[in-house]
Design a protein around this ligand. Structure first.
Ligand code: FAD
Length: 434
């Protein structure tokens, strides 16, 4: 190594986790580039809250999938429960997984079968209502069936954790260069032989040289490197439902209600008393022709399609009809990058020396974020758990015949991926000053 240090592209969820862990391990010169002032309004992790769930203990005889999730969740949960930085943000209020359609309910049954913690079955509206204080769930829950995990799961205050990771990283000496000119990476800097990455070039024309470069720009990473179809930028839709301070008093310490084919909500935040709603569906792509082939290209928008709003209102009608007609205070589309098998992609690039990729959150990358920094730092130091390393590896062979329209075990809406190119009507919800 020379003294050019380590460059992290992307100061969102994973970039901050990596910066923090490298600083904690004593890496001296770490610089993070981000295209927006911190916290980036397009970062998936710059959000009120995210679902978090404790997993089973990983075992050597677990099948690969179980080993992967159990191991990474265990690493992350250790931090949410014991690391003084993360601990204040974890709220284990419980978790309800339920569904209306038969295929989605099958998914719930599979979840219940694999879960070691005690679950209570929920089959009637009365049983659903009994999971929260009286007057919260007043809906008739037509066709809903599911399971309630009363503890060992809940939610994390996402923006709080993101800011805390950033603050400690800065305190430990990490440099953040953020903004649409000085922080936005336009391209990787490659060696003349195109066999090594030397750093990155930002929109202001500056070259940022580094000994090692870590690409962690979320869904936008796909625009900076040829991932050979391993990443599919996919978007979901979220909105905020404002409550009065008095109402918020009642809607406290609620389990997360997650309808696999309907949507989910998480209790109101402390500051603005807003409930976050997400409607569930397999996702939106934004297919654009680039170099003769169609690719999903992320864009930012602080509105959602009206069809997504209608789905959220149906979800409210079925669960909390008292809010069905209440105006939303904020909405946006939110991008993540899906790998083919929805396992993360964290590896040294096999052909470009000095490049590490840390991408592919696949809808699960926030609760696991404390583990991401550890995995990337282990990758740099060549000491990652061998079994995890195989599963997190650069694996273009898995994407050769990739079907961009694969629902990847997700349900809701019409049961298929949608394309923003076909969306005509968007909401006009007033922004609340993110
Ligand atoms: C609607 C929604 C709900 C979700 N819910 C959950 C949940 O409940 N639980 C859970 O665990 N996970 C959840 N996830 C997934 C989780 O949020 C993501 O997997 C995770 O945040 C991904 O982190 P990231 O760092 O890869 O991307 P991000 O957090 O999006 O960060 C990417 C960063 O890169 C920056 N960037 C982009 N382009 C450039 C560039 N050219 N140059 C420099 N910087 C750039 C951006 O500004 C941003 O700061 C959800 C995701 C979505 C979309």
């Amino acid at each position: 190594m020379t003294d050019k240090g380590i460059l992290i592209i992307g100061g969102g969820t994973w970039g901050c986790s990596v910066a923090l862990e490298l600083a904690r391990r004593g890496f001296g010169k770490v610089k993070v580039l981000d295209a927006s002032p911190f916290p980036s309004p397009i970062a998936a992790g710059n959000d009120l809250n995210k679902i978090a769930e404790e997993s089973n203990e990983p075992r050597d005889d677990d099948v690969n999938d179980d080993y992967f999730w159990n191991k990474i969740n265990q690493m992350a949960m250790h931090a949410w429960k014991h690391d003084s930085l993360f601990k204040p943000f974890y709220h284990p209020t419980g978790f309800i997984m339920a569904a209306c359609g038969d295929d989605a309910y099958e998914h719930c049954l599979k979840y219940a079968k694999g879960e070691h913690a005690k679950l209570s079955p929920l089959q009637t509206a009365e049983e659903f209502r009994s999971t929260m204080p009286k007057g919260v769930l007043t809906g008739s829950f037509p066709g809903w069936r599911g399971f309630w995990k009363d503890g060992g799961a809940g939610w994390v205050f996402a923006r709080g954790a993101l800011k805390a990771m950033h603050a400690e990283a800065v305190e430990l000496g990490v440099e953040f260069v953020c903004g649409p000119s000085q922080g936005k990476v336009e391209s990787l800097l490659c060696s003349a032989a195109n066999d090594a990455v030397l750093g990155a070039r930002t929109a202001d024309g500056q070259k940022h040289l580094a000994d090692r470069t870590i690409l962690a720009a979320g869904a936008n990473s796909d625009l900076l490197l040829d991932f050979r179809k391993q990443l599919r930028p996919t978007a979901w839709t979220l909105a905020h439902l404002p409550l009065s301070a008095a109402e918020a008093e009642v809607y406290q310490k609620l389990p997360v209600l997650y309808g696999v084919d309907r949507g989910f909500f998480i209790e109101p935040d402390q500051e603005k008393h807003e409930i976050k709603l997400v409607d569930e569906h397999p996702g939106y792509l934004h297919m654009v022709p680039i170099d003769g082939r169609l690719r999903s290209v992320p864009f930012a928008r602080e509105q959602i399609p009206k069809e997504a709003e209608a789905r959220m209102r149906r979800f409210l009608r079925e669960t909390m009809p008292q809010f069905e007609d209440r105006e939303f205070s904020f909405a946006r589309i939110c991008w993540d990058a899906d790998t083919v098998d929805r396992k993360f992609l964290i590896d040294v690039h096999p052909e470009l020396a000095n490049l590490v990729v840390a991408v592919g959150g696949s809808g699960n990358g926030f609760m696991t974020s404390p583990a991401i920094g550890v995995l990337v730092a282990d990758t740099l130091q060549g000491k990652m758990d061998a079994r995890l390393k195989r599963m997190l590896r650069w694996r273009p062979e898995s994407a050769e015949d990739r079907d961009w329209w694969d629902t990847q075990d997700r349900f809701g809406a019409e049961g298929r991926l949608m394309d923003f190119q076909n969306v005509q009507d968007w909401t006009e919800i007033g922004a609340t000053g993110y």
